[in-house]
Design a protein around this ligand. Sequence first.
Ligand SMILES: Nc1ncnc2c1ncn2[C@@H]1O[C@H](COP(=O)(O)OP(=O)(O)OP(=O)(O)O)[C@@H](O)[C@H]1O
Length: 298
Amino acid sequence: MRERPWGFVVNPLAGSGRGWQVWRALEQLLVRADVPYRVWVTQRPGEAVLLAREAVRCGVRAVVAVGGDGTVHEVVNGMWETGVPLGCLPAGSGNDFVRALKIPDEPRAAWSRLSAFRVRPLDLVRVNEEIVVNAAGIGLDGTVAAAVNRSRYKRWLNRMRMGKAAYVVGLLHVLARFEPLSVTLEVDGRLLRFPRTWLVALCNLPFYGGGMNICPFAQGDDGQLDVCVVSGIGPGRLLALFPHVFRGRHVRDAAITLLRGKEIRIAVERPLLGHMDGEFTVAATWMAQVLPRALMVL
Ligand SMILES: Nc1ncnc2c1ncn2[C@@H]1O[C@H](COP(=O)(O)OP(=O)(O)OP(=O)(O)O)[C@@H](O)[C@H]1O
């Protein structure tokens, strides 16, 4: 009997067209190796949620997201409750999810890793009504995510294979306009107040924004959510601190508070831009709850 097919959900526009290139390269590999597969290609934003659901209905052995973190986010929201494993072939600008899982960037190497079919459990996080697989953030980082997603420079940088730099450009672009604000956090029932807060990052895995190691100690299977609050400094010190985030060295600074918990509630004084796996959204209250080992990943 022929084995169950692999299911691929492809965002052709991820990484400004890299999604399609990666898929074409992979498809040749699959055909040559006689690997059974089915493919669903997105035609609009948000569609990967439905296509992932459809793939599971068709009985695939795993759903592989071909795209960036936004595609992974949508695919997971479509299939996390089904018990079918998730795979990912990186083709986006940031690719922070695969960075944390140490999946190689090169499609052939990534496929060779996925096709070994070793699965491990990963925690997920419910943030308001959505499922987050990598990280969410509110404040400056949400505003940056929104600016980058709308920008032209993201496309240019992607074309030059410098997609990761888009978030750095985005930060410089947004910093001058962003007003820090008071934030109230409740971490497993413990109430904390932070004046003059730039951002609150909620991390299941350590990286976001194209390689920023914002919560270096986050582990995706520890049943806990790592939180990084940046507060109490001016824009100059924030800029000086920024280069250190790529190596996770920002955590030594007094402006950084690291917290950890299973249930986190954030209230802010005005509705604020935030992001969930790099896709932006607006809210004044954020409820985050860890769903321990809710997803199997390849
Ligand atoms: N066919 C499509 N046309 C337009 N937008 C799409 C289409 N398919 C998916 N999208 C949207 O593209 C957005 C970006 O996708 P994705 O995050 O995978 O790539 P990226 O932004 O290049 O990578 P990263 O998030 O890793 O920086 C998502 O918001 C998704 O909803």
